[in-house]
Write a protein that binds this ligand. Structure first.
Ligand code: SF4
Length: 323
């Protein structure tokens, strides 16, 4: 099947400038050569510690942040090459659900106005009756009553606010949604309800998700495949079940060893990483994980490991898999 989204060697570097004339003295490589694809209807999880570049990757794909280099092909079309007016039209295909629904909703706007805004901006030909119908439909699909539309964000619980955020993302009937930590601000009891809703909506509207999270239990529940990022690079990608059964990259092994399992007998030995995540302004040479890796070898300090397919559908970037 043809992928819905193909990301090729995507980079987002932020210049570090110094001095009176703002001379560039370096760059923070927030995303540094990331490549992957997502099939229609799939949910790809992206995990990693905070600052690893997962949110920047999501926003760069949507061109909410302009990439420094690389290609983003959506349905075969390179969206980096679209001029601004074409990009504005194209945005209806790609939407985002943010982590903090309270911060992402305008507190002065009713739900009605929040949901109307994208419809009026992008679908100018809709009549008033059609807009009204579309809003009623959106409220109903996310499990809110139509009379809620006249309320303001502060009148809702956290879970309800995230439902409004999801309704806003779906207003333009997108094909692809970046879900940026969509449940991490919610109580655990509410998280499952919102995740179930997102799964229902995915099958109802044939959605493709990129699901960004630091919570591996959530990713295990909702994602078909998982990619692991460290300091702006993808270090491993695999189908979820395979990744959780047998993580390959040393960093993934450490992350997975911290996931609680119901059967204590089946628990993995906990791998505690020493040292902090290095400063992204001056990342380590070679494999950027070498300063914390329990398996580090001489070659790791010198050469960047290649991103290679080690078995069908499994990619890893580590010198241990290059022999
Ligand atoms: Fe560890 Fe070397 Fe593999 Fe990096 S390349 S993860 S330092 S073994």
């Amino acid at each position: 099947m043809k992928p819905l989204l193909e990301v090729k060697d995507l980079k987002k570097h932020y210049p570090i400038k110094k001095g009176l004339f703002g001379k560039q003295v370096g760059a923070v490589k927030a995303v540094d050569g990331v490549s992957f694809s997502i099939q229609p209807g799939e949910t790809l999880g992206i995990v990693g510690e905070s600052g690893c570049g997962k949110s920047t990757t999501g926003r760069t794909i949507l061109r909410l942040i302009e990439p420094t280099a690389g290609e983003v092909l959506f349905d075969g079309q390179d969206i980096r090459k679209l001029p601004p007016d074409e990009m504005r039209k194209f945005r209806t295909n790609m939407q985002i659900v943010f982590q903090d629904p309270y911060a992402s909703l305008d507190p002065r706007w009713t739900v009605q106005r929040t949901l109307e805004e994208p419809l009026r901006t992008h679908l100018k030909l809709l009549s008033e009756a059609e807009i009204k119908d579309r809003i009623a439909e959106l409220m109903s699909v996310v499990g809110l009553a139509p009379y809620h539309a006249s309320r303001f964000p502060h009148e809702f619980s956290g879970g309800q606010r995230q439902r409004i955020g999801i309704a806003r993302a779906l207003a333009l009937r997108p094909k692809f949604v970046v879900c940026d930590e969509p449940v991490s601000a919610l109580d655990v009891s509410i998280q499952a309800q919102v995740l179930n809703l997102m799964q229902d909506l995915q099958s109802q509207f044939s959605l493709t998700y990129m699901f960004i999270s630091h919570d591996l239990s959530v990713v295990k529940f909702i994602c078909d495949r998982v990619g692991v990022m460290y300091l702006g690079r993808m270090v491993e990608m695999a189908p979820t079940a395979e990744m959780f059964a047998e993580p390959l990259h040393p960093y993934t092994k450490a992350l997975m060893s911290a996931v609680p399992v119901p059967d204590p007998e089946a628990a993995r030995e906990r791998i505690v990483l020493t040292g902090d995540v290095p400063n992204p302004q001056s990342p380590p040479t070679g494999c950027t994980f070498h300063t914390r890796c329990p398996y580090v070898m001489d070659s790791c300090r010198q050469a960047v490991p290649e991103w290679r397919e080690v078995s069908p559908g499994r990619h890893v970037a580590c010198h241990l898999f290059e022999q």
